[in-house]
Design a protein around this ligand. Structure first.
Ligand code: NAD
Ligand code: ISE
Length: 337
């Protein structure tokens, strides 16, 4: 049984604890911590035998913790991932790996110095049935060479602590990672278009459109809306030389009544990606059980997404096209996307 310690017991921390304790096999939650000690204590009440630690560092050092799941705010990820690597413990870090290129680079360098993979990043779209089916079509060649992709990432609302640039660093990073994986190549340049502001977005610049260029010359547009009100809506359509392929509508039932066609829309990411998170974490547990290495999205993937994210923030601030340059990829990540 893999004994996991969870750092950060907010929304996704609690959701991952629920799945590790009631859905997945071969894993138990042995320890939790949160800067909000009351939240950690309350969450631990539902976890018989789990220890509540005062800090993430104490949790990581606990000999009763075999592996770490980091679910705290993005800017705090670096310290916990670096501490896990220093302790030689596998660490699943929710996205983004860290919020800046520099922080991700330090993580990559620490893992390379360690000499084997310990880090996996929570880019769960790679585990989603619809995204996997879309990639299978693209890889099959059935629509010819991919030329463009149109994406929309719409949140009904976002928490009060969500700041302007998080539309890129916390939300669009999902598409940034997905595009690298879907197209099997790096993103080489980015621009950000700024439409008229939604009155639902308060001080946020909402919506935004990212325009990403890939190494082969494909162009991907990504609409980011974070106060769309009507639900959580994730879209993607790849345009190829011979056809197009799009993420399917995921609803299990559509209702025709009263002269209307009705199908439900997920409330948020927990509902839309429920199964993807299950598969992602079960595969992570299975990969590291018995001393194995993680095989999912790596620190390199987290680094590459952060470089594009930083470039997009610069493009948003400066209003121009920004080129993306990655450092040479270390051999440790030779099989990365
Ligand atoms: P949240 O605010 O609900 O929870 C974060 C928790 O971390 C809070 O309880 C907070 O007190 C705690 N925290 C903050 N700083 C800390 C620190 N230094 N040490 C320990 N705990 C600390 O936020 P959330 O929505 O659960 O997001 C958490 C992370 O998960 C973010 O990185 C976010 O991007 C990511 N996330 C990923 C997905 C996904 O689809 N993969 C979905 C939601 C959130
Ligand atoms: C959140 O952190 C997530 O990762 C969700 O998947 C995303 O839709 C949301 O915009 C982020 O804030």
């Amino acid at each position: 049984m893999l004994r996991v310690g969870v750092v950060g017991t907010g929304m996704i921390g609690q959701d991952h604890i629920r799945r590790m304790t009631t859905v997945l096999a071969g894993v138990e939650v042995a320890a939790v911590t949160d800067v909000d000690a009351e939240t950690a204590k309350r969450v631990a009440e539902g976890l018989p035998g789990a220890v509540v630690h005062g800090t993430g560092e104490e949790l990581i050092a606990d000999p009763g913790v075999d592996a770490v799941v980091v679910c705290s705010w993005g800017p705090t990820h670096e310290q916990y991932v670096l501490a896990s690597i220093a302790a030689g413990k596998p660490v699943f870090c929710e996205k983004p790996l860290a919020t800046t290129e520099g922080a991700c680079r330090r993580i990559v360098e620490a893992e390379v110095a360690h000499g084997s993979r310990l880090v996996q990043v929570g880019y769960m779209r790679r585990y989603d049935e619809a995204y996997r089916a879309l990639k299978a079509v693209v890889d099959s060649g059935r629509i010819g060479a991919p030329l463009m992709m149109h994406c929309a990432h719409r949140n009904a609302s976002v928490p009060a602590h969500y700041e302007k640039e998080m539309a890129i660093t916390d939300t669009a990073v999902h598409e940034i990672d997905m595009v690298r994986w879907m197209f099997g190549e790096e993103i080489t340049a980015t621009r950000v278009l700024v439409p008229r502001r939604s009155r639902n977005g308060g001080a946020l610049q909402d919506p935004l459109i990212l325009v990403l260029e890939t190494a082969s010359g494909a162009i991907v547009d990504v609409e980011i809306s974070v106060n769309i009100r009507y639900g959580y809506d994730i879209r993607g359509e790849v345009v190829g030389e011979e056809g197009t392929a799009a993420l399917g509508e995921l609803t299990p039932v559509t209702l025709r009544a009263s002269r209307q066609l009705v199908s439900p829309i997920p409330a948020d990411w927990r509902e839309r990606f429920r199964r993807a998170y299950d598969v992602e974490l079960q595969e992570w547990v299975d990969s590291i059980a018995g001393g194995g290495r993680p095989v999912g999205p790596s620190a390199w993937d987290g680094y590459a997404a952060a470089v594009v994210s930083d470039a997009s923030v610069a493009a948003l601030r400066g209003g121009s096209r920004v080129e993306v340059t990655l450092m040479p990829r270390p051999d440790l990540y030779a099989d990365a996307a």
